[in-house]
Design a protein around this ligand. Structure first.
Ligand SMILES: C[S@@+](CC[C@H](N)C(=O)[O-])C[C@H]1O[C@@H](n2cnc3c(N)ncnc32)[C@H](O)[C@@H]1O
Ligand code: SF4
Length: 399
């Protein structure tokens, strides 16, 4: 169900098991660095947008030579803060993608945006450039909390951006961060219910994590704040799924909730272990070339990446073949995040081996995994209990 009054048709995410082919474009700049964030994002005084547009298009063309002609199933502008791109830059990149590959009408094209009023001025331009889904980084609907999270926008500005986005784009998602210091189940329930009343068809709800090298890491280590303990965090997680379910949003992935049919097609490409091209500083890609699976990473520092692309026509940092065993591990790592789980037949065809029955039985008895039949396909699924301890579960499963 689309979130907005705009009536443009958008192709829905593919059914379980169809991995698709996505294009990811990384914009590495932000207005300021949020204290919790370890994404590849940088604050700079000036960005030459047309230089960046040319370099991104050049990288896309280089990847087209590797992939050959393919049908694109999703496009995603992530960051950093892609809403700092001008609509012309977004348009130039979208045109390059459409020139290079087949992009059917209505293919999901998402852009991540910060909800400041300045960035909201770009929304109409993005829509005209072909963006049909906006992912807004709202983070909280409480001004005190926004301040704590170092955000540059108020709750009011975020609300205005949500309203404008709903008018402008056929589909809307927004991000919230919860399990914040001192957050009670009651206050989170009220905030989440308010968020849901703004009728996004998709929400990304992340528990606050302390990442290496961030300002929050230093503050946390000094004891400036504490996070909810494991049991409280687990209770908040269960509450989140219950409240989303009241509004018909299903927990289709560990941190992602959607009305059925409104799942993010692009993120499903990653989780279903499909192929994707990644361009821009630090972007990752996974491509099947000549029967081999290649993992690519781009140079991480923006200046370094731009110079390399302009001087040599190639911003690659690494491009390595992924062995079948590593592919199996990656497929489980990604796929068990999803409620639909992983096809055991696909896993076995890829790796040439089955997971040991004794291991599956043990994890099943512990209530962490289950097997489900879908037609001829047996799928391995992490239960909701298993998804809460996914890293430990994967450690056992893939040992
Ligand atoms: C690339 S960022 C979002 C893009 C956009 N620049 C913004 O800030 O709104 C993706 C999302 O990851 C989440 N995130 C980043 N670091 C996090 C952390 N340490 N803990 C929890 N969520 C985090 C935030 O919700 C953020 O919106
Ligand atoms: S959360 Fe978003 S705006 Fe903040 S530093 Fe990270 S990428 Fe930039």
């Amino acid at each position: 169900m689309p979130a907005s009054r705009a009536d443009n048709k958008v192709v829905e995410a593919g059914s379980a098991g169809e991995p698709g082919f996505g294009i990811y474009v990384h914009w590495p700049f932000c207005q300021s660095k949020c204290p919790y964030c370890d994404f590849n994002s940088h604050v700079v005084a000036h960005v030459d947008q047309s230089r960046w547009a040319r370099a991104l298009a050049g990288e896309l063309a280089r990847y087209r030579a590797l992939t050959g002609p393919r049908e694109v199933t999703s496009i995603f502008f992530g960051g950093g803060t892609p809403s700092l791109m001008t609509p012309d830059t977004v348009g130039a990149v979208m045109e390059a993608i459409a020139r290079l590959w087949h992009v059917p009408d209505g293919v999901e094209a998402t852009l991540e945006a910060n909800p400041t009023s300045v960035e909201a001025e770009h929304f109409l331009g993005y829509r005209a450039a072909g963006i049909n889904r906006l992912s807004l980084g709202v983070q909280s609907l409480d001004d005190e909390q926004l301040k704590f999270l170092g955000r540059l926008h108020s709750a009011r500005e975020a609300m205005a951006a949500i309203a404008l986005a709903r008018e402008t784009f056929p589909r809307l998602s927004f991000d919230l961060i919860y399990a914040r210091p001192c957050q009670t189940p009651e206050s989170w329930a009220a905030e989440l219910r308010e968020a849901l009343s703004h009728a996004a068809d998709h929400l990304s709800l992340y528990q606050l994590t302390i990442e290496e090298g961030t300002a929050f890491e230093r503050l946390y280590e000094k004891g400036a704040f504490r996070l909810p303990d494991e049991d409280s965090a687990a209770a908040l997680y269960a509450l989140t799924a219950d409240i989303c379910a009241e509004k018909g949003l299903k927990a289709y992935e560990v941190s992602n909730y959607a009305i059925p049919g409104a799942e993010c097609a692009h993120n499903l490409v990653y989780w279903r272990y499909g192929d994707y091209v990644g361009v821009g500083p630090g972007a990752h890609g996974r491509l099947t070339v000549g029967g081999n699976r290649i993992a690519t990473t781009a140079r991480r520092m923006p200046g370094d990446w731009l110079e390399a692309v302009e001087a040599t026509g190639d911003g690659t940092q690494t491009a390595e073949e992924v062995s079948p065993a590593e592919q199996g591990d990656e497929m489980m790592l990604m796929g068990l995040r999803l409620e639909e789980g992983v096809s055991l037949a696909r896993y076995e065809a890829l790796t040439g081996r089955a997971l040991p029955e004794e291991r599956l039985a043990r994890l099943g008895e512990q209530g962490l995994i289950a097997r489900a039949q879908r037609g001829n396909d047996t799928r391995l699924i992490a239960t909701s209990q298993g998804r809460m301890v996914l890293n430990a579960l994967l450690g056992e499963l893939l040992a």
